[in-house]
Design a protein around this ligand. Structure first.
Ligand SMILES: Nc1ncnc2c1ncn2[C@@H]1O[C@H](COP(=O)(O)OP(=O)(O)OP(=O)(O)O)[C@@H](O)[C@H]1O
Ligand SMILES: [Mg+2]
Length: 377
């Protein structure tokens, strides 16, 4: 290094690490001004940090990565909590071990316990063979408990034991299993409210929030929009094998004016759509604020572009109408329940998972006023 090497790798290393180092070296050689602001974490997962706020998060991640304490990752949907978890893992001494994500909202409550802690044969009907849980599979690695606010309180108590003693027993067994797992947790729920209505156990919360990192919404780090647009354009044009499309000054301005309620996920979807549509004006029209003040891309641009006026026919017309009606009903149910997604799902008579999916699909975001309301509740 003293003789001028840019970097080095310690064996054994993964291909992604080698790619990232080479990428950085090539960037440095080309005088690429973005080198150092974009890093590849693993295959096709990148961490972009260009604003002062994100650079601070990047350096905090480097510090906390070396200390084996739990980290609680907060931020609106699409702000990059999972990406940040992967960064912490990659910067930690566990980098070459397993990183596992468990989405507590996607696994039905009664399955979550066996998913996390495993079971012995005969623990329940159908348990013919013993099966290790995610904690055992992830030994020496890092586990991300995503949407921790959706974990049933009883299971939260069991998790608290793992955090305290790094041990637990499989379902149907009394033998304690000892594991060495780094726990990261993420959520976008309103914490004071979840603590008040006992959805989140206070003792677990205080264990988890030994170190909290809050990702700012994209509207509060708008200076990153140009680099993010260029980054997603170059990545996605490559993966769709299409030539990158121009990001003109008017398009850039429209993007800077937009409030991005769906944050970076919405921005990456925007580029995807632009690449598919191939039409700047059409893509930019998606960024116009809607009359209801939502200001987002609530309906699928691809669908809309194929609407009646562009000759898409009756089928796409009715699909658009269905999408709009669904998005409308979901927004209403969420407002009525103060964004309690479980209650909203019950109201709409769909599963919780389906609701989460649709919220993302339609880019529905909580308005500032309801956020204040639920925070004060
Ligand atoms: N710092 C970042 N650099 C580059 N891309 C990012 C970054 N943060 C987020 N993204 C992009 O945004 C997408 C959403 O990020 P991620 O899944 O981490 O969000 P999240 O906060 O976990 O959202 P949710 O609460 O909805 O699960 C990612 O797939 C990635 O493409
Ligand atoms: Mg996530």
């Amino acid at each position: 290094m003293r003789l001028g090497a840019i970097d080095y790798l310690t064996k054994p290393f993964q291909k992604a690490e080698l790619d990232a180092v080479i990428g950085q070296c090539v960037g440095t050689a080309k005088g690429e001004s973005y080198a150092g602001e974009i890093e590849e974490l693993c295959d096709d997962v990148f961490f972009v940090a260009a604003s002062p706020a994100m650079k601070k998060i990047r350096s905090q991640a480097a510090l906390v990565a070396n200390v084996d304490i739990p980290v609680l990752l907060l931020g609106e949907s699409g702000t990059g909590k999972e990406v940040l978890a992967r960064l912490i893992h990659k910067l930690s001494p566990r980098a070459h071990r397993t990183f596992l994500k468990v989405n507590c909202a996607a696994v039905p409550a009664d399955l979550l316990e066996s998913e996390l802690f495993g079971y012995e044969a005969g623990a329940f009907t159908g348990a013919t063979h013993p099966k290790p849980g995610k904690f055992e599979l992830c030994n020496k690695g890092t586990i991300l408990l995503d949407e921790i606010g959706e974990m049933p309180p009883l299971l939260q108590a069991k998790l608290l034991h793992v955090l305290q003693d790094q041990q637990f027993s499989r379902l149907g067994s009394r033998t304690l299993v000892k594991v060495d797992v780094r726990i990261l947790a993420a959520t976008n729920i309103n914490i004071p409210e979840a603590l008040a209505n006992k959805r989140l156990r206070e003792d677990l919360y205080y264990r988890l929030n030994a170190f909290t990192m809050s990702l700012p919404p994209l509207r509060d780090r708008k200076e990153e929009i140009p680099i993010l647009l260029k980054h997603f354009m170059s990545r996605m044009s490559e993966s769709y094998a299409r030539p990158p499309l121009p990001l003109s000054a008017p398009l850039m301005e429209a993007c800077l004016r937009h409030s991005w309620p769906g944050n970076l996920r919405e921005l990456s979807n925007f580029i995807k759509r632009y690449l598919v549509l191939g039409d700047e004006t059409l893509a930019a029209s998606e960024l116009q604020p809607r009359p209801d003040g939502g200001g987002g891309m609530h309906t699928d641009a691809v669908d809309r572009s194929a609407g009646a006026d562009s000759g898409g026919g009756l089928k796409s017309l009715s699909r658009n109408a269905k999408d709009e009606a669904e998005a409308e009903a979901i927004s209403r149910a969420l407002e009525e329940t103060n964004w309690n997604r479980k209650q909203a799902a019950a109201l709409l008579q769909i599963s919780y998972k389906a609701l989460l999916y649709k919220i993302r699909q339609y880019g529905i975001a909580q308005s500032r006023s309801t956020r204040r309301l639920s925070a004060g509740a």
